[in-house]
Design a protein around this ligand. Structure first.
Ligand SMILES: *Cc1c(COP(=O)(O)O)cnc(C)c1O
Length: 365
């Protein structure tokens, strides 16, 4: 088989061990004679897969008992509508939602939320996260939304004790909602400080088609009447994500990834690896000005690393040379150009080293 390293931002690399096991179990899951894809979501086999996935994710992120974990469909973008539909009902209408705008994904969340609520952009940062003291929060807002890792722009919130740094400056009653799609499970987080956390699976968890929502129980049950029933968080929670058919195969693969993460030492071990990989990669960009990065150092993402060649006329040659070495999917997002290396949990340090070797070679170092 061709040996490659896949730097795609998503759908993205999965652990080899997980894919190997899924392949071995493809035609006959644990002697059932069936593929997981063919099982009833209400049968004992799939229920056991579901329960293990839920339990392992709860353990990995230390999710407190008063939080529900939902395995939904619709991806991250759907949550931009579903979260307002489910949460603004806690306040008199029209409610206001506060946003921290740090890049493309929070920008999309802002746009969509405007259909359901008044929107206040409390702070904007393009190359970093503005300090909490500068956030202009609305008194009595329904919630405060942030994208804690901007996948396209490469801006990641700095964290302290499992929450965005400086958060102590935000009043306790402010309900935090975080889009963690592209860095969930890459560092320990204190779930108890958030009202809701969501993440599409296809970045750092598993295949596209599963969306994880972790939501505090007391926030359930206030969906606006127009909210589709299949996306009413309370109905989804009351039915253990089986109000309608959940994305069964995706949940199974996500469950295998959770088992793999536990074997690797959990999120604390993932964080140490992420730090080591990011340091290795950013050092290659900081060596001289052949390559450039645009994010302020404290907010450089450990997961998604956009970079630019100083001489952009070399872009095609760079990508062709990378491909010839099996370093794939390094082209930057079309909205920002340049290059991007996504180095999620499943990217081994050997892959980052191979990329760094190529970066040095291409720069003539
Ligand atoms: C990929 C991504 C999304 C959107 O996910 P879809 O599944 O394509 O809807 C939302 N937020 C962030 C931070 C992402 O990286």
């Amino acid at each position: 088989m061709t040996h490659i390293y896949n730097f795609s931002a998503g759908p993205a690399v999965l652990p080899k061990e997980v894919l190997t096991r899924a392949a071995a179990e493809m035609l006959d899951w644990h002697g059932s004679g069936m593929s997981v894809m063919e099982m009833s979501h209400r049968g004992p086999e799939f229920i056991s897969i579901y329960k293990a996935a839920e339990r392992d994710l709860r353990e990995l992120l230390a999710v407190p008992d008063n939080y529900k974990i939902l395995f939904m469909q619709g991806g991250g973008l759907s949550q931009n509508a579903l979260i307002p539909l489910n949460l603004v009902g806690h306040k008199p209408q029209p409610a206001t939602i506060d946003f921290i705008h740090t890049g493309s994904w929070s920008g999309k969340s802002i746009k969509e939320a405007g259909k359901y609520a008044s929107v206040n952009i409390a702070a904007t940062g393009k190359t970093g996260v503005p300090p909490v003291a500068e956030w202009k929060l609305t008194p009595d807002a329904a919630y405060l939304h942030m994208c804690t890792n901007e996948t396209i722009d490469g801006v990641e919130f700095a964290f302290e004790n499992g929450v965005p740094a400086g958060l102590a400056g935000v009043p306790d009653e402010v309900l935090l909602v975080a889009d963690m799609s592209s860095h969930i499970l890459s560092r320990p987080i204190d779930v108890s400080k958030f009202g809701l956390i969501f993440a599409g699976a296809q970045k750092n968890i598993g295949p596209a088609g599963v969306t994880i929502v972790i939501v505090r129980e007391d926030l359930l049950g206030k969906a606006l009447p127009v909210c589709p029933s299949a996306f009413d968080f309370k109905l989804v929670a009351d039915n253990e994500s089986m109000y309608n058919t959940p994305p069964t195969y995706g949940i199974y693969i996500a469950g295998l990834v959770f088992q793999w993460l536990k074997q690797q030492g959990g999120v604390a071990a993932m964080e140490q690896r992420a730090i080591a990989k990011a340091e290795l990669l950013y050092a290659a960009f900081d060596a001289d000005d052949f390559y450039q990065t645009r994010v302020e150092k404290p907010y450089r993402s450990r997961m998604n690393v956009p970079f630019y060649l100083k001489d952009e006329s070399k872009n095609e040659a760079f990508l062709a040379g990378a491909k010839a070495r099996g370093l794939l999917q390094l082209k930057g997002h079309k909205s920002v150009g340049g290059m991007r290396a996504s180095i999620y949990n499943a990217m081994p340090i050997e892959g980052v080293q191979a990329l760094v070797d190529y970066l040095n070679e291409f720069a003539g170092r």
